[in-house]
Design a protein around this ligand. Structure first.
Ligand code: ACO
Length: 328
């Protein structure tokens, strides 16, 4: 089975989220803006994706990430010095090195060790699982799990099939030891063809592959099929392993890639619409920041009650999926 759980004795001694925060750029790009330089329409984008507008960052991603991190700390009632570790999920930033988490650590004035991971759009769930393992091991008490993404910088803005989908954002959660059991389900089906972006090889004179920088390419139909199947199966497997009926899950927080994917998963799980919150209509696909951005919105809206059962699921390049079942 792909579902990993803790030993029975660990139940209720796992992690819990004690604070969330997010930050989105001020600059709004509505669907109509694409009509001025691409052969597309608001109607096509809205009906195919559910997206009406997205935020594009004009500055540097680390600034946005630092704001999200500070807001999560404030919400948790913690100071930067209370954070023992930072895990940042990121696909692309201006830094190849150092890791984005190291830059953010300096900006928020924390003094802890840091690490970046690239789990594509599922990165937040992977980072959460790593935090869970660190907390269980007893190495750390408070971990900042951060997702900071600027897919706008990776997209080809002449390719109507991808650039209309993405938006920039950063979102974070502070997790601490104790609390309820979390279950995770991780899954990768290696496939470069369907979804990829290539780095430039630089100017190495000995390079013989002839490769060059290539913006995001996605076979939308194949990714769509993978996403619907994987998210549905992951959530069913998690709930079955935890002995939790689907109807007992209060919230299904899915990667905010596409409203049609979300609706297809919901239909297969035969659960009501109200349990599948979405905000891709305002922010587009913000890669791994999508799930924590949605979580932060629910938290700040006062929609979450302590003890609520939350299933999170995200999917992306790899092809990779990650899902998590936890209590708020
Ligand atoms: N405006 C107008 N026409 C367009 C646009 C556009 N923005 N984009 C593509 N088209 C055209 C295509 O060129 C094609 O035209 P053709 O028939 O003349 O060749 C036609 O629309 C159909 O293209 P498809 O790609 O088959 O369109 P589809 O209905 O599958 O919708 C979409 C495309 C929205 C990308 C869909 O496949 C999808 O949502 N896939 C999942 C992608 C996803 O969510 N990925 C997220 C996970 S990965 C990550 O987050 C990085």
């Amino acid at each position: 089975t792909r579902v990993r759980s803790s030993a029975a004795s660990d139940v209720y001694k796992s992690q819990r989220i004690i604070g969330t925060g997010s930050a989105v750029p001020d600059f709004i790009v509505k669907n109509e803006a694409f009509e001025t330089f691409l052969d597309t329409s608001d109607e096509w984008i809205t009906t195919r994706t559910g997206i009406h507008e997205r935020r594009i960052h004009e500055g540097n991603l680390e600034q946005l990430a630092a704001i999200a991190a500070k807001r999560a700390l404030e919400d948790a009632g913690l100071l930067p010095c209370d954070i023992d570790f930072i895990i940042c999920s990121n696909v692309y930033s201006r830094f190849m090195t150092p890791a984005l988490s190291c830059v953010v650590q300096g900006l928020i004035g924390a003094g802890c060790p840091c690490l970046d991971i690239n789990g594509a759009c599922a990165g937040f769930i992977y980072a959460l699982e790593m935090a869970n393992a660190y907390l269980k091991h007893g190495s750390y008490k408070n971990i900042l799990v951060l997702s900071a993404e600027e897919p706008s910088r990776m997209a080809d803005w002449t390719d109507r099939s991808t650039c209309v989908l993405f938006g920039d954002a950063a979102a974070a959660a502070v997790v601490t030891s104790g609390g309820f059991e979390c279950l995770f389900s991780m899954h990768t089906e290696s496939n470069v063809e369907f979804l990829h972006a290539y780095n430039s090889p630089g100017n190495c004179p000995f390079e013989r592959t002839g490769r060059k920088h290539e913006a995001v390419y996605m076979n939308g139909r194949e990714v769509y099929k993978f996403a619907v199947n994987a998210a549905t199966n992951d959530i069913i497997a998690l709930c079955s392993n935890a002995g939790v009926e689907l109807c007992k899950v209060d919230w299904f927080i899915l990667h905010q890639a596409n409203l049609r994917i979300l609706d297809a998963v919901r239909a297969r799980l035969t659960q009501p619409k109200e349990k599948f919150p979405h905000n891709m209509e305002r922010f587009g696909n913000t890669s791994s920041a999508g799930v924590p951005l949605m979580l932060d919105q629910l938290n700040r809206d006062g929609a979450l009650n302590r003890g609520d059962v939350i299933a999170m699921s995200a999917f992306g390049a790899g092809l990779t999926t990650g899902a998590c079942l936890m209590r708020w």
